[in-house]
Design a protein around this ligand. Structure first.
Ligand code: ZN
Length: 497
């Protein structure tokens, strides 16, 4: 058997002004490097191992991944796609195609890069060669993708820890189809909502456990909850339920609907409570230990957001909060001013609020430069990353870390690297959604999540398919009228999803 593999992955925030260009992609050709596997390269390594065990041939093409940011530049996407197609043409005939994609990639002129690639690959290999793709659950699963692929399998966990297991699942499913042992059929059901779904806590943990328990019996090959990526303003955006059966379209559709309705019933309870800044400050004051760590989840650079939003910082300033530190504001210009002035200098500094419409307004503060560095580095999970030249400035008892590179905060190193001891500070606010926990849990007296009460209603969507809960509170009126959901779910209406 001859397998063809390729992959392009990025998560495109269509509201982010930073274009994703060729330089933003980490690229390999043929096979990924075997040392230091990443979440993107690991599925390829799994497929190579499984293929070698069975004596299959693998023809590897392009692998390209970029961190979340704005849409990819058009010629970059078209170049990647055409390179993969040229490699596939040379490799033909192949018995199966395995793709490692993200699922929320948007390029200038392309709302659905994955659907575009799948359609070209299908046209080349014909209707009988199975095509499988592994996706991040923060993806837009579109009708085009369902039509063109044989099977899509998403990571089930958030935070994502199961990309290697899902790579095994996809390999087995696609090989079985190529050997004509199964005939996969995909059913997709639209849950008409957007949201954030933490699978390490209830009720999502139990929901995912139930999904897993149903796989592998009664002709059910795979089930993937599609979380969706809210910040992609494209028609395919949204939470959905995907079921792959062995040639059982009616049963697959019924199960996708059943599980989708259950998921809707969990809305508003699928993530930790989101506090206002004032609530978080009050909570921190009542906790005996220190530091209390609060996540600014609505401006997580790891989710493609700018990372220079001043919304939470401004609230801290206007509340007069002291004994607190904020990391980071992505602002190379402010960093350069602070570095030029040097430690001890006093400046009126314009901070953040520059990158785009989700950044809020710039904050003008009288600050003292406390520390500067050429290279602010943070270590986490055995790896690390640089935030570039950086500065710490203080304003009225509040420390603010300014960084030159966009990166979510993943380690207390961002404070230590600029001479601030995180253990002695009462409140640490970091821009991240979930990944900060691994390192901050080790030092935090308590962890809080901060977001505006209407985080999605302040996003200027124009192109997503409506209705969508919580933007449209009556999104499920027909389902409620039909008795399929509990009517008048006040919890759902009041929750700041
Ligand atoms: Zn994701």
């Amino acid at each position: 058997m001859k397998l063809f593999t390729a992959g392009v992955a990025t998560e495109s925030n269509t509201f982010a002004p930073m274009p994703t260009g060729l330089d933003d992609y980490t690229i390999f050709r043929s096979a990924p490097p075997r040392d230091q596997p990443t979440s993107f390269t690991q599925p390829f390594l799994v497929w190579l191992r499984l293929a070698a065990e069975r004596g299959f041939t693998v023809v590897g093409s392009l692998g390209a991944s970029a961190p979340p940011a704005g849409p990819t530049v058009r010629r970059v996407w078209e170049g990647f796609r055409d390179e993969i197609l040229a490699d596939l043409r040379r490799a033909m005939p192949v018995d199966a195609v395995l793709l490692n994609l993200h699922g929320a990639m948007v390029a200038d002129g392309y709302d659905d890069c994955e659907g575009d690639l799948l359609a070209y690959v299908r046209a080349m290999v014909g209707p009988d060669v199975p095509i499988g793709a592994e996706l991040d659950p923060h993806c837009h699963v579109t009708p085009l993708m369902i039509d063109q692929a044989t099977a899509l399998i998403l990571y089930k966990e958030f935070p994502h820890t199961d990309f290697a297991e899902r790579a095994v699942d996809l390999f087995e499913l696609i090989v079985a189809a190529a050997e004509r042992r199964t005939r996969p059929h995909m059913a997709l059901w639209d849950c008409r909502m957007i949201g954030s779904y933490f699978t390490t806590i209830q009720p999502m943990k139990g929901f995912v456990d139930d999904v897993k328990a149903r796989e592998g019996k009664n002709g059910i090959l795979s089930i993937s909850p599609v979380h969706g990526f809210p910040y992609g303003d494209v028609p395919g955006n949204g939470t959905k339920m995907l079921v792959v059966t062995d040639a059982r379209p009616a049963e697959g559709a019924a199960l996708a609907r059943e599980l989708g309705l259950r998921w809707i019933g969990l809305r508003g309870r699928t993530h930790p409570p989101m506090l206002t800044v004032a609530q978080a400050v009050a909570r921190a004051a009542s906790v005996p230990g220190r530091p209390v760590v609060a996540a600014d989840v609505a401006d997580n650079p790891g989710g493609g957001l700018p990372g220079d939003s001043t919304v939470v910082l401004r609230a801290l300033v206007s509340l007069g909060v002291t004994d607190a530190a904020f990391a980071t504001i992505w602002d190379p210009m402010a960093v350069s001013f602070a570095r030029a002035a040097g430690p001890g200098a006093r400046l009126r500094l314009r901070i953040g609020g520059k990158a785009g419409i989700l950044s809020g307004d710039p904050l003008d503060l009288d600050v003292t430069v406390a520390a500067v560095t050429d290279d602010l580095y943070q270590r986490y999970a055995g790896v690390g990353g640089s935030l570039g030249p950086a500065a710490r400035v203080t304003a009225g008892g509040l420390d603010i870390i300014l960084a030159s590179r966009r990166h979510q905060v993943r380690s207390p190193d961002v404070f230590r690297g600029l001479g601030l001891d995180p253990l002695t500070t009462k409140l640490l606010v970091v821009k991240s959604t979930n990944h900060f926990r691994a390192e901050f849990e080790k030092i935090a007296a308590e962890i809080l999540y901060v977001a505006p009460p209407d985080v999605f209603s302040s996003v200027p969507f124009t192109r997503i398919t409506r209705p969508k809960w919580p933007l449209d509170p009556d999104a499920f009126a027909d389902l409620e009228a039909a008795g399929l959901l509990p009517a008048g779910d006040e919890r759902a209406r009041s929750d700041p999803s």
